[in-house]
Design a protein around this ligand. Structure first.
Ligand SMILES: [Zn+2]
Ligand SMILES: [Zn+2]
Length: 304
């Protein structure tokens, strides 16, 4: 974040916002600047990819699913925008430590034994380390003593849209982002690579909520995609992973996505559309949600 803070200081904050007597390295000034940068940056890396994904990737037929909430898209966006400032506030403490030199971020690309291969190695270890930590944090958030206070808000969206990607309780959002910060304090990492990874993980988070259940066949056993994560929203105790299926397989929580078996959310959508077509607008039959559970095996639907 020091790169971004420097640019903001030089071109905006020092000449136009703060008094010239307020030193750029003053800790309170850094905190205030980083807080606003995080709120604005966090909102942009959410709203831009989510909007693009919603209009160009998300299958709008999913909105006909019986578990899709009334005004869900609006509620997802409002929930996220309400959470971002508090999420940013907590995160800013870590960014202040980072810009004050307590992290292991550096600006060298080739100043390591492996050269550019070392950069690629750090990207791989970043993904593996954060995937492992997020798996266990996410699993802990599903503990029955914790779930209802923090994580259940992200499971309001049974059939998520890309706008649900960041719709977390602020503590939940912070905890699940912690591994990205932890990596920078534990392992050497180029600061530009870190920024690129920061943008990437936000895009990825949107992508696993985009309702596009396809994964290139060679990667299907390895990658945790939208099909896996949608089943997590529906069935709760499976597929906690972020990037890979590795820790779900080790932890015994892997479940082959229903969409891969031809039983995904679109089956329900097509059934609803068929019923509506068969019964006309008078709607003699109507699909209703009979039960949703958070401890077992998802939802049951019936018609009446
Ligand atoms: Zn989710
Ligand atoms: Zn969850």
């Amino acid at each position: 974040m020091d790169v971004i803070l420097d640019v903001c200081d030089r071109h905006l904050l020092t000449p136009y916002v703060y008094s010239t007597s307020w030193q750029e390295d003053d800790i309170l000034r850094q905190f205030i600047s980083l807080f606003f940068i995080t709120v604005i940056g966090g909102t942009l890396v959410y709203i831009i990819p989510a909007t693009f994904s919603y209009f160009f990737i998300f299958d709008h037929k999913l909105k006909e699913h019986p578990l899709f909430l009334k005004n869900q898209v609006r509620r997802e966006i409002i929930y996220t925008l309400n959470s971002v400032p508090l999420m940013a506030f907590i995160t800013t403490f870590l960014f202040v430590l980072e810009v004050r030199g307590y992290s292991k971020l550096h600006s060298n690309f080739t100043n390591n034994a492996l050269g550019y291969a070392g950069v690629a190695f750090s990207v791989v270890t970043f993904l593996l380390f954060t995937d492992m930590c997020i798996y266990w944090i996410h699993r802990w958030l599903h503990h029955k003593l914790i779930y209802k206070y923090i994580h259940k808000f992200h499971h309001m969206w049974k059939v998520p849209t890309p706008f649900a990607s960041h719709a977390f309780h602020p503590i939940d959002g912070f905890l699940q982002s912690c591994p990205y910060h932890m990596y920078a304090f534990l392992f050497p990492l180029n600061k530009f690579v870190y920024l690129a990874m920061f943008v990437f993980v936000n895009f990825w988070t949107v992508s696993i909520h985009d309702g596009d259940y396809r994964v290139p066949p060679p990667l299907e056993p390895l990658v945790n995609g939208s099909a896996h994560h949608t089943d997590h929203h529906l069935f709760y105790n499976y597929n906690y992973g972020q990037f890979f299926t590795l820790w779900d397989r080790i932890g015994g929580s892997f479940r082959t996505p229903s969409a891969f078996e031809g039983k995904g959310p679109m089956v329900e959508v097509n059934r609803v559309l068929r019923e509506r077509h068969d019964n006309g607008k008078s709607g003699k039959k109507q699909t209703i949600v009979e039960k949703t559970t958070c401890n077992g095996h998802g939802y049951n639907l019936r018609t009446r």
